[in-house]
Design a protein around this ligand. Structure first.
Ligand code: ADP
Ligand code: MG
Length: 221
């Protein structure tokens, strides 16, 4: 498979007097795992936010699954994000009073759908948590909570899964487990993944490494 899931063309993002992204051209191919690295303040989070349609570039174009985001209304953009984008963060951002199953069901409920039990079970199964459907976040380990967040991000079968330092709050071993799970999602389901990380071991799991410095791509291999 050689299709582009996400394409950035000449993307710039300027905040007042700070140029966070300074002309970024990148293609993320479908079914591949890309790691984005670079020093603090180099624009990694801004890149992800722009690529995911959570932030609008000052200039340049982002296309997701062939659809340019430029010119989409907020409403259309929200719908596109809901259907085609999954996002996981360093903080798991789970609802503490809801069970794992209820957390995973949230994106579908927000889209006005009533998720089936089978659908939820399948999503939890994909991250190896089929036995934990009834547990609340406080009853799960950090790694398990991040896997619930992954299942929640994947329930809509997004075109691309973005992660902004998703293993940043986990110990080395648990982080490695989450990374092999993500690798499995790429290999087994053809999931496209773009992950920002500080962790050099991520390179062992990713197909491609993109390095940012001062808002520019300095190497990509
Ligand atoms: P990274 O994730 O690599 O640490 P960021 O993308 O968060 O970098 O930030 C890149 C640059 O843009 C930094 O100089 C940061 O201070 C600046 N920046 C990020 N977000 C904002 C914002 N909302 N307002 C002003 N400046 C910002
Ligand atoms: Mg960041």
């Amino acid at each position: 498979m050689d299709t582009t899931a996400v394409r950035l063309t000449a993307v710039r993002r300027v905040y007042r007097d700070v140029t966070a992204l300074d002309g970024v051209d990148l293609d993320f191919r479908a079914g591949t795992f890309t790691a984005v690295m670079g020093p603090s303040g180099s624009g990694k989070s801004t890149l992800l936010q722009c690529a995911a349609g959570l932030d609008r570039p000052t200039s340049g174009v982002v296309e997701i699954g062939g659809t340019p985001l430029t010119g989409l209304s907020e409403r259309r953009l929200t719908l596109l994000r809901r259907e085609r984008i999954g996002f996981v963060f360093q903080a798991f951002n789970l609802m503490p009073s809801l069970t794992a199953a209820q957390n995973v069901a949230l994106p579908l409920r927000l889209a006005g759908r009533r998720p089936s039990k089978g659908e939820i079970r399948e999503a939890l199964g994909r991250v190896g948590l089929e036995g934990r459907a009834g547990h609340r976040p406080g009853e799960l380990s950090g790694g398990q909570q991040q896997r619930v967040a992954l299942a929640r991000a994947l329930i809509t079968r997004p075109t691309v899964l973005f992660g902004d330092e998703p293993t940043g709050a986990l110990d080395t071993e648990t982080g490695a487990q989450v990374l092999s799970m993500v690798r499995e999602l790429v290999d087994r389901d053809g999931q496209t993944v773009v992950m920002v990380t500080h962790d050099p071991v991520v390179a062992e799991y990713a197909d491609r490494l993109v390095r940012l410095v001062d808002g520019r791509v300095v190497s990509s291999c």
